[in-house]
Design a protein around this ligand. Structure first.
Ligand code: FAD
Length: 638
């Protein structure tokens, strides 16, 4: 029998980024006991790295802003593939969630008259991102941690124990979800430091594990983002949607090689920075796609005037949605007009006074000074696309965050649907707050309605332990494999063959490479003991990365069109027949229990509610929808 430390909670939240913490607060406020488990230190999550801000239509910088405009921008950014109900809830609720953070103690930057300041970002019609310099995520996490401490102080008063109803399990990785009769019964994991096993018995689990970026070689993501929540959900029987849509942020550092991929916030362009090629040309004017024609400035003069007069000018194409800008940079580099190290130039030095750059973008200033020896107040940055965000994730009910497995919930980057084929910058921090809260509430209501608590079976615990320990066993046949080698091969294949521009032949090659890695993953052998053993940790993460990479590649091969974060060289146009079709990945029992086979099925999107459809001009919808879908639009029937 496996030796395992046991804990029992009402709700277990896996992940302590913005989505996880907001879910914890909500479930605890509804009176339930909550464990929050995170792979790294408490407070170290992608959310803390978020720079630019949190999108919410508070209308402080432009009073024309409101939830309907935000909803429209989000749907346009996602090329109308978004789950419209999620986009609606998000746009309606984001302002309240930002205000609520201030009641927890957050302090956003202010306008001259004392309101929360809002900055421009790609794809947002009005300045909409509430921010704290370029360290917004840090303020979000700091505030929610502070709120959690205040709840723990309340619990101390009542129960004499700070951890009576919220306990943090940091540096603890969950490797398996455990079920009872098809419903969630708990989660199994290990302490990273000691390697000892830990079991959380709970009827509800909220997945808030963030992204999958470490499956790609060049990425803004840090080591934790190995698609664990995506894989846990799949293996438990839930489904993933939209996995073909991976966002390549247009501006990652390209030099020096050791820091390639690190993010350069879109806030640089929001605050006036412009993209230039090696001929010193502002090339984005050449890349405004048909669907956005008329919405963006067509001269440098108008683009520059827009920063101070948005009523009478159109926005700069430097702030087109990320997928458009990333593809434009890719084309400039391919056509020989790139910067010396294979990117393009991002110039803020010639656009703002030095002290203003340092005030507005302190992290960017230090990042370039320290990592690349570049003073961004004097010279342009070199930037290029980097894998940044996954739009695909666990398919959930928009209102409650519930996945198809009873007791399983998901929120934040590991859930899918909200952002459609492409996320707008700033819409993730607001997504975390809106849907983190809803998932916490969903989990609390689910537990409230349960008659019996599910039970974890000992044999499931033993199986989870045996799977986790497998890398310590020599392979049954063949030579042992090294997890680092397999990880490098996986990242290279995904980067080169399922990256920013895709074609069928290359995706098939990627699938062959993934099949080869899949055969070898069972032969992985690691040295040493269970005490802090990074090789072992990677061996376990590798299975998850392999599973989600297969989802990305299979879905990318199936979707024969280009849309948002999925660009097919062999199908370069958007196809209205694909707009309403979602690709759903599920795990199939196969001969490899460590990495189950992936099946991809097509599912029809629920048609948009008429009152939401009416928020758009018929002309615009005609660029995305089929004729049949628009038959009942009032613009046509009138
Ligand atoms: P995360 O914040 O990524 O947290 C995931 C948590 O899950 C972590 O605690 C991790 O340890 C834990 N975890 C993962 N796997 C396991 C496991 N197996 N067991 C236990 N714990 C696990 N978005 C914006 O809206 N605005 C911005 O300005 C912005 N800037 C960004 C800048 C950078 C550099 C990056 C990388 C992203 C940025 N984003 C921004 C995107 C945004 O930060 C992320 O999408 C968002 O923070 C994800 O939040 P989350 O709560 O879903 O997960």
């Amino acid at each position: 029998m496996t030796e395992v430390e046991r804990h029992s909670y009402d709700v277990v939240v896996i992940g302590a980024g913005g989505a996880g913490l907001r879910a914890v607060i909500e479930a605890r406020e509804r009176g339930f006991s909550v464990a929050v488990v995170c792979k790294s230190l408490f407070g170290k999550a992608h959310t803390v790295m978020a720079e630019g801000g949190c999108a919410a239509s508070m209308g402080n910088a432009n009073s024309n802003d409101n939830w309907q405009v935000h909803f429209r921008d989000t749907m346009r950014g996602g090329k109308f593939l978004n789950n419209w109900r999620m986009a609606e809830l998000h746009a309606r609720e984001a302002p309240d969630r930002v205000w609520e953070l201030e009641t927890y103690g957050a302090l956003f930057d202010r306008t001259a008259d004392g309101r929360i300041s809002q900055r421009n970002f790609g794809g947002h019609t009005y300045p909409r991102l509430a921010h704290v310099g370029d360290r917004t995520g840090l303020e979000l996490i700091r505030t929610m941690q502070q709120k959690i401490v205040s709840l723990q102080q309340e619990d101390f008063k009542k129960y004499g124990d700070y951890e009576a109803r919220i306990k943090v399990f940091a540096e603890c990785t969950v490797t398996e979800l455990l079920l009872d009769n098809g419903a969630v019964a708990g989660a199994f994991g290990y302490w990273r430091e000691s390697g000892r096993f830990v079991l959380f018995e709970a009827p509800a689990v909220v997945l808030a594990t963030g992204g999958i970026g470490k499956s790609f070689k060049v990425t803004s993501n840090s080591w934790e983002y190995t698609g664990d929540g995506h894989a846990l959900a799949l293996r438990a029987g839930a489904k993933l949607i939209n996995m073909e849509f991976v966002q390549f942020h247009p501006t990652g550092m390209v030099w020096p090689p050791s820091v390639k991929g690190i993010l350069v916030t879109e806030g640089v362009r929001g605050d006036g920075g412009v993209l230039k090629n090696s001929e010193d040309k502002r090339f984005m004017f050449e890349y405004v796609p048909e669907v956005f024609k008329g919405q963006y400035a067509d001269s440098e003069g108008e683009a520059d005037r827009w920063y101070t007069d948005q009523e009478n000018n159109r926005r700069t194409p430097d702030l087109l949605p990320r997928d458009e800008v990333a593809r434009a940079i890719n084309s400039e580099v391919k056509e020989g007009r790139g910067s010396p190290h294979g990117g393009v130039f991002l110039d803020i030095a010639s656009r703002l006074p030095a002290e203003e750059i340092q005030r507005r973008l302190p992290s960017m200033y230090h990042q370039f000074k320290e990592l690349a020896d570049v003073d961004i107040t004097k010279e342009a940055m070199e930037v290029g696309p980097t894998c940044h965000y996954v739009m695909g994730g666990v398919e959930v009910d928009p209102d409650t965050g519930a996945a198809s497995v009873p007791g399983l919930f998901a929120a934040g980057e590991c859930s899918g649907g909200m952002h459609g084929s492409n996320r707008l910058g700033g819409n993730s921090l607001s997504d975390l707050l809106v849907f983190g809260r809803r998932a916490g509430l969903g989990a609390a209501s689910y537990v409230d309605g349960l008659k019996d608590r599910p039970a974890v079976s000992q044999s499931d615990v033993d199986t989870a332990a045996a799977m986790a320990l497998e890398p310590f066993n020599p392979p049954a046949e063949g030579a042992p494999e090294n997890p680092y080698t397999l990880h490098t091969e996986l990242q290279q294949s995904m980067n080169d063959l399922v990256g920013i521009i895709r074609k069928a032949g290359e995706i098939r090659q990627a699938l062959e490479k993934l099949a080869n890695i899949r055969r070898r993953v069972g032969q992985v052998e690691v040295e040493g003991h269970r005490q802090f053993n990074p090789g072992w940790h990677l061996a376990l993460d590798l299975r998850n990365m392999l599973l989600v990479s297969e989802c990305v590649a299979r879905a990318a091969l199936t979707r024969t069109e280009s849309r948002g974060g999925h660009t097919r060289d062999d199908y370069p146009s958007m196809d209205a027949d694909w707009r309403h079709r979602l690709l759903v990945c599920s795990a199939q029992p196969g001969d490899n229990p460590l990495v189950p086979d992936v099946d991809v099925a097509v599912k029809e999107q629920v048609p948009m509610r008429p009152d939401l459809l009416e928020l758009f001009e018929l002309d615009e919808l005609g660029k995305y929808f089929t004729d049949g879908e628009l038959e009942t639009h009032p613009g046509r029937t009138a």
